[in-house]
Design a binder for this molecule. Structure first.
Ligand SMILES: Cc1ncc(COP(=O)(O)O)c(C=O)c1O
Length: 471
């Protein structure tokens, strides 16, 4: 055989993706980005490792300012509440609290987290469908703003209040039809079916509890701001109705969260960059409430993803690049669905850190888990990338960290880049201790007892039936 003859390689035909356009416009810039807020990505990886969550304080502050300005303009009697579950890293919550946000929590764990950060109980909005008796006792004692989700909870609160000889205010979560699909009706008391009115009567009839606010959270990633106008109108009319029929005025209206962030939903054709600004939602609420005749109630807003998503980036590194048998290009990176649970419903953007003038191809991006489901993007246009190249994944400020898990890999560090460009560690990289610390191995399973078996195995394999060592 002639050794100088080149080896045959199966040809690969790939669609030419030049032009970067699709039906709704540009497919996004593929320009590389070597810095985050003026800090070199290479130096971040060198100092803190890869993968790495990076949060930008500047971006977060601009987003909070945008919401605050819109509230001053359209809803002056209002209060921002920070939805903890969106991102409850202590430093992120602290930025919200410093800017005057209350804490909005949906579990005892989140409540405790807010208290440890120094938030007084009366500045915590306690929502959620699963509050335990002990958690409610504490919340009542500390004067938290409670929104009840179901009748069992109302009865429990009544019992606690009776025993404690206090008369706490209890708000109601109201499920209402704001004309959006899918309509959320599993949380709270339904307005249209009359259950919310029954719940309000339950409270006003009780000698042990008083009516607090009316809360609704119509859904999440709502792209039609007018839905908030409709929800605000319905909630305000319900408040007027309660006052007229039950003689009791609710203390506030709470319009929940749900404003869309600039992330793109996996099912959405257009880019998330085209979603309404926070002001458009707030303006609709302001307009709707301005048309109400009755007394104006203070408004609480529990915004989550719209405020924080943009400030988060996950730095990741390419481990390998592979041409799949179908001809499709793929890369394996060091961050998968263990860190990016949000990749299930978002089309997260990937941006290379190193300049490349190579041919742009639709690429599948896999994570490092030894699981077939570990796919970060089924198809994303990327230039050629090789092992060791860094990529930026964004936006990941909302839900990504709180929903991350320690599957096969421990969670990486989180850093905050301050307005002045300082890089501060806000959560260290996890160690094995963080994982095994809470574990208990029963004494009878202690490894010493198993050691004799293990050494047998080193000497040879055991016969499955007889148990004898096979040399
Ligand atoms: C009661 C409540 N308020 C606020 C939020 C924040 O929602 P979002 O992140 O969509 O703004 C949520 C999240 O689902 C929620 O359940």
């Amino acid at each position: 055989m002639n050794s100088s003859k080149p080896r045959y390689e199966v040809p690969t035909i790939v669609r030419n993706a030049s032009g970067l356009m699709n039906k709704v416009g540009h497919r996004g810039s593929l320009e590389s980005r070597t810095q985050i807020d003026g800090v070199d990505v290479d130096s971040l990886i060198k100092d803190f490792g890869s993968p790495l969550f990076v949060f930008s304080e500047g971006t977060l502050n601009r987003s909070i300012d945008e919401a605050r300005l819109a509230l001053e303009k359209h809803l002056p009697q209002s209060q921002l509440c920070w939805s903890y579950k969106t991102n409850y890293l202590g430093a992120i919550c602290a930025i919200f609290h410093r800017s005057g946000s209350l804490a909005e929590v949906v579990s005892g764990m989140e409540y405790e987290k807010a208290r440890r950060l120094g938030v007084p109980g009366n500045q915590i909005v306690f929502n959620g469908p699963a509050k335990s008796e002990a958690e409610l006792q504490r919340a009542i004692q500390e004067g938290a703003i409670i929104h009840a989700d179901h009748f069992e909870e109302l009865r429990l609160i009544e019992r606690i209040a009776q025993a404690a000889r206090t008369r706490p205010k209890v708000g109601l979560r109201v499920a209402l039809d704001a004309g959006i699909v899918p309509r959320w009706d599993r949380f709270g008391f339904s307005l249209e079916s009359g259950v919310a009115e029954q719940a309000a009567r339950f409270i006003t009839d009780s000698p042990h509890i008083e009516l607090g606010g009316l809360h609704t959270h119509i859904g999440t990633y709502i792209v039609d701001p007018r839905a908030y106008g409709r929800a605000a109108t319905k909630l305000a009319e319900f408040a007027e109705y309660i006052e007229a029929t039950l003689g009791c005025r609710p203390t506030h209206l709470d319009l929940g969260g749900g404003f869309a962030s600039t992330n793109s939903l996996a099912t959405q054709y257009q880019s998330g960059a085209l979603v309404p600004r926070q002001e458009e939602y707030i303006r609709e609420i302001g307009r709707a409430l301005a048309q109400q005749r009755g007394a104006k109630l203070p408004v609480y807003l529990e915004t989550g993803r719209a405020l924080v998503d943009d400030c988060g980036t996950l730095v990741s590194t390419v481990l390998a690049s592979k041409r799949l048998p179908t001809g499709r290009n793929s890369i394996v990176i060091d961050a998968g669905v263990n860190l990016l649970f949000t990749a299930w419903w978002y089309r997260l953007e990937l941006q290379p850190c190193c300049p490349s003038d190579g041919f742009i191809e639709d690429t599948t991006v896999y994570g490092p888990l030894c699981m077939n489901i570990d796919c970060v993007r089924e198809s994303v246009a990327l230039p050629p990338l090789s092992a060791g190249d860094a990529v930026l994944i964004r936006p990941v400020g909302a839900y990504t960290f709180t929903q991350s898990m320690q599957f096969i890999h421990l969670r990486p560090a989180c850093v905050l880049i301050s307005e002045s460009g300082d890089v501060e560690l806000i959560r260290r990289k996890e160690t094995l201790e963080d994982l095994i610390g809470p574990e208990i191995v029963p004494e009878r399973l202690a490894i010493e007892r198993a050691r004799s078996n293990l050494s047998d195995h080193h000497d040879g394999l055991r016969d499955v039936r007889s148990g004898a060592v096979v040399q």
